[in-house]
Design a protein around this ligand. Structure first.
Ligand SMILES: Nc1ncnc2c1ncn2[C@@H]1O[C@H](COP(=O)(O)OP(=O)(O)OP(=O)(O)O)[C@@H](O)[C@H]1O
Ligand SMILES: [Mg+2]
Length: 453
């Protein structure tokens, strides 16, 4: 289904051993604007179904000694998205029920009128159209949930290049620390690209063994290895016409890299356990937080593969380098979690925001999201304060506290409190903190008491 043009320019395959009937079917459907291929032998039909994309197959019950009914499971394996309409003689209508149970989409009883034939085919194409719209809507949902906007110069620049690159088919490599939003940006690039109406298929490289990863990517034939009870089409085929996202590509097994390289170069691959070479038209986005160049140096990543994946690379800035976005991101998460936990609206206090501005966010946006989720749940009033934030105890980087809070629309007192807190988090002793702050120990003691630090 995924490598087909949208209905109604439907492609129909008719398999029947009666050439006269096939000719009638073809004339009738071609008149309606469809493209029709015919086969008078089952094997010939199966070969066509495996090698070319079709929307609908009209499958006769008996084809010159072969049973169309028995071939149904294999046909559905070869072409998983294909809608099969079983064609039976009147005397075998009971077989139609079995055909539906085996996965046929509908059945027709011979002889059928041209109108019956067209209606049956049109109905399947409508269903395919609905399925593909549903798929598109489902895919768009997470993208809408996180609109990528930024007030930070570092991030804005990355987004501007990403939008520009999205219009092309160039492969993109997304780099950056864990939790900076590489997955979110991969989704956005697909959404901004001309391929947006086609699927985005993600392969999570580290979660699978080399064998399972190969199967996940390229699919396998039934019985090709222990546990392969069904044939699968693989993410590459699923992404046909769209985008393939290789997440955590730094963990892609070295032994499998030559096959990936060939696919990235030529867009050709084989399913495990099948000799036929297949093609998929995909744009490849990959992401990693690992240093691929260092991996090339110690021979755990292929240089030629890196070149192919890295036509354009974008480095996502860590959250501590885009603090201009912190408040908007945090407020967005507050709204999201209050909503999803059906809690009344909450907002972040100035002190909470200052505390967050002074923090280093080693886990980046993901950590911010987790911290806010927890705070929303723990907070009983409508205001989230610093006491609701569990900030990993890591000290803020040098200068962050003073550089960030300054100029923020907050009172001097709030700023002072956050600054004292950040300096204390750095300092080995209270005396050292007082020295840094330029005040004596007893003043610091009073201020700590006043601010509840
Ligand atoms: N701009 C954003 N708006 C809203 N949520 C975001 C944004 N950026 C990231 N997130 C959220 O932060 C979390 C981490 O993002 P994502 O998974 O894309 O990061 P990553 O860089 O791929 O991390 P890793 O390297 O660990 O896979 C996700 O839950 C994501 O929804
Ligand atoms: Mg990720």
């Amino acid at each position: 289904m995924s490598n087909l043009p949208a209905a109604p320019q439907g492609r129909i395959l008719a398999i029947d051993d009666d050439p006269g009937l096939l000719q009638n079917f073809a004339l009738c459907l071609e008149d309606a604007g469809y493209r029709v291929n015919t086969a008078t032998r089952l094997q010939e039909g199966m070969k066509l179904a495996a090698s070319q994309p079709f929307h609908v197959c009209l499958l006769d019950r008996d084809i010159a000694g072969d049973s169309g009914l028995d071939a149904l499971p294999r046909l559905r394996e070869l072409a998983p998205g294909l809608r099969v309409i079983m064609v039976t003689a009147h005397s075998h209508v009971e077989d139609a029920v079995r055909a539906i149970a085996e996965g046929a989409a509908d059945y027709l009883v011979k002889p059928c009128s041209p109108a019956q034939l067209r209606i049956a085919v049109a109905r399947q194409l409508d269903t395919l159209d609905l399925l593909s719209r549903l798929e598109t809507l489902e895919r768009q949902q997470p993208r809408q949930a996180s609109t990528l906007q930024s007030n930070s110069p570092a991030m804005s620049e990355v987004l501007a290049v990403a939008r520009q690159v999205a219009r092309t088919d160039a492969n993109v490599l997304l780099l950056g620390e864990s939790g900076t939003g590489k997955g979110v940006l991969a989704n956005a690039i697909h959404g901004w690209s001309p391929r947006a109406s086609r699927p985005l298929a993600t392969v999570n490289c580290p979660s699978l063994s080399a064998e399972l990863l190969e199967s996940e990517l390229f699919g396998h034939a039934k019985g090709s290895f222990t546990g392969a009870t069904q044939s699968t089409q693989g993410r590459a085929s699923h992404a046909d016409g769209g985008t393939l996202f290789l997440d955590e590509v730094g963990d892609f097994p070295l032994a499998l890299q030559p096959k990936l390289l060939r696919f990235v170069q030529d867009k050709e691959y084989e399913r495990i356990g099948e000799p036929d070479t297949r093609r998929a038209d995909v744009r490849i986005i990959s992401a990693t937080n690992r240093d691929l160049e260092a991996m090339v140096r110690d021979n755990s990543f292929r240089l030629d593969l890196l070149y192919r994946l890295n036509v354009i690379s974008l480095v996502l800035p860590p959250l501590r380098d885009r603090r201009e976005d912190l408040a908007a991101l945090a407020n967005g998460f507050v709204r999201r979690y209050a909503n999803s936990y059906h809690l009344p609206a909450r907002h972040l206090s100035e002190q909470a925001l200052l505390r967050m501005q002074a923090y280093a966010w080693p886990g980046n946006v993901r950590e911010l999201q987790n911290v806010i989720e927890r705070a929303v749940i723990l907070c009983t009033g409508e205001q989230i304060g610093p006491e609701h934030l569990a900030l990993g105890g890591e000290p803020a980087p040098a200068g962050a506290g003073s550089g960030v809070g300054v100029g923020a629309p907050v009172s001097l007192e709030t700023l002072e409190r956050a600054h004292i807190e950040a300096v204390m988090a750095h300092a080995e002793t209270l005396e050292a903190a007082a020295r840094t702050l330029g005040i004596d120990g007893s003043t610091l003691y009073r201020k700590r008491k006043a601010y509840g630090l």
